[in-house]
Design a binder for this molecule. Structure first.
Ligand code: ASP
Ligand code: MG
Length: 470
């Protein structure tokens, strides 16, 4: 008998049929005697749509709101019809959905009249995605004749700071409340279904924990409830050695350390919310990434130690596209304290995230990688702020046709000759490296090439380190 938090992402609950399969998986485990708590995302695409409409509502278009809420109602009712067989239960779930959408319509109309969308109201609007999906999952589980109860993240007891749109939990308080509210129910065999992504601050105002945040909800609950495992059930079999669209023979990785998985989550393995592993790694609670529709597949297990049986040095290679490189140079930056700070200050104040940096000890040049879509704004702000006459910086240039290649693995740390091996493969392909960075964690080496060369580099590295034979 195990205690498990099972999280289902947007595609796992994308249709009524899928929701039914989710309920089946949950109840199968419950039948075995496992104590299960379920976390659900919004139906696929709903969060994006809510954000879009909220932003448009600000420009006052009541007709659009009406059209949107009608479509949303239709979408969810269709899902209910496929997920739940009992007519009585269908009616119950539909009623919750109707009431919730009526509330959403009022909120959007309010935004429309006020003509303003604050981070607080934005969080309130996006919270409706999960508030609509969770009751359907609840209904489907009930349909299988299991006892279940639906909670919002707030009602479950997740309390966060007030950083709307990207909040973090107050873990001690949360643990106390979650244990009090969900613990006894689970002991009795009731299956709590909790909305992912949404929580509340100490004043009870709805917050969200960042895009893709249902993973985070799952690990927060996992820690609070001291579970044996947190399952992130998704539409892939686990974390792969690379994107199988690039290398057909890419393999699933059976085991990773928290640190390795965190690196990979950040580098676009699209497996997880980047902060989700924080709470579980402290408490040493294993996380399993697995396919919701292939439960026979054990997926990728994430634990404290990297897999001790496998001593492969390199475990995965990823390509991050849609990035751009900015070079800031100027002879007067040399030996001038605060010059880098000034560059980052400009970007930070303009809300531009820097993904990677590299600079030589000559200090005359600093290169940075940012999201490609932010390039225009980054360059213009840097130019305005830094290029004054006699200033620190003499030139700001950019390249928007680059990609980052990240090579990762826990045992890369301290392995001699690895960088030379990686760069030799790239050189052998006749491909030029534009920028290099290795954090002192030594868990990954990242470098930048022209985007058109990216696929060839990933393939060559995958082959060189025999990742398909791992
Ligand atoms: N629905 C939220 C999002 O799309 C949270 C999640 O899916 O994990 O970001
Ligand atoms: Mg999602």
């Amino acid at each position: 008998m195990k205690k498990i938090v099972m999280k289902f992402g947007g595609t796992s609950v994308g249709t009524g049929e899928n929701i039914r399969r989710v309920a089946e998986l949950v109840t199968q485990n419950a039948k075995k005697g496992d104590k299960v708590a379920v976390v659900v995302s919004a139906l696929a695409g709903v969060t994006n749509k809510l954000l879009e409409v909220a932003c448009q509502a600000k420009r006052s278009d009541e007709k659009l709101i009406e059209k949107f809420t009608k479509e949303l109602l239709q979408k969810h009712k269709e899902a209910v019809a496929d997920a739940v067989t009992s007519k009585q239960l269908q009616k119950e779930v539909n009623q919750i959905i109707e009431e919730t959408i009526a509330e959403l319509e009022k909120v959007l109309t309010g935004i429309c009249y006020v003509g303003e969308l604050t981070p607080k109201s934005k969080d309130y609007v996006v919270s409706f995605g999960e508030r609509l999906s969770a009751p359907i999952v609840w209904g489907a589980i009930k349909d299988f004749k299991f006892e279940t109860q639906c909670f919002t993240g707030k009602d479950a007891g997740i309390v966060t700071d007030s950083n709307f749109g990207d909040a973090d939990p107050l873990m001690n308080f949360t643990t106390h409340l979650v244990r009090e509210r969900l613990g006894p129910l689970m002991e009795k065999g009731v299956i709590p279904v909790v909305t992912g992504f949404i929580a509340a601050n100490q004043d009870g105002i709805v917050t969200t924990v960042g895009r893709g945040g249902s993973d985070y909800t799952a690990t927060i609950l996992g820690v609070a409830l001291k579970v044996d495992e947190v399952w992130i059930c998704t539409d892939v079999d686990g974390i792969m050695t690379t994107d199988p669209k690039i290398v057909l023979t890419a393999k699933m990785l059976p085991q990773l350390s928290y640190q390795e998985a965190a690196e990979m989550a950040i580098f676009g393995a699209k497996a997880m919310h980047p902060r989700a592993l924080g709470p579980v790694s402290k408490e040493n609670i294993p996380v399993r990434i697995r396919n919701a529709f292939h439960p026979e597949n054990p997926g990728t297990l994430i634990t404290k130690e990297p897999n001790s049986n496998s001593k492969e040095v390199v475990k995965a290679v990823a390509m991050i596209k849609d990035v751009a490189m900015i070079n800031v140079s100027g002879a007067t930056m040399v030996g001038a304290p605060g010059s880098y700070a000034k560059v980052f200050d400009v970007l930070g104040k303009n809300n531009i995230n820097v993904m990677m940096i590299s600079t030589a000890v000559s200090e005359a040049n600093i290169s940075m990688i940012i999201k490609r879509g932010l390039l225009g704004r980054a360059i213009s702000n840097l130019e305005i702020a830094l290029l004054e006459r006699g200033g620190l910086v003499s030139e700001v240039t950019a390249e928007d046709d680059v990609a980052v290649i990240a090579v990762m693995g826990a045992y890369m740390k301290g392995t001699l000759g690895l960088a030379s091996r990686i760069f030799a493969i790239v050189a052998k392909k006749g491909i030029n490296i534009r920028m290099i960075a290795q954090g002192s964690s030594e868990l990954n080496i990242s470098f930048v090439v022209k985007e058109k060369d990216g696929v060839a580099v990933v393939k060559a590295i995958h082959e060189e380190f025999n990742l398909d034979k791992a």
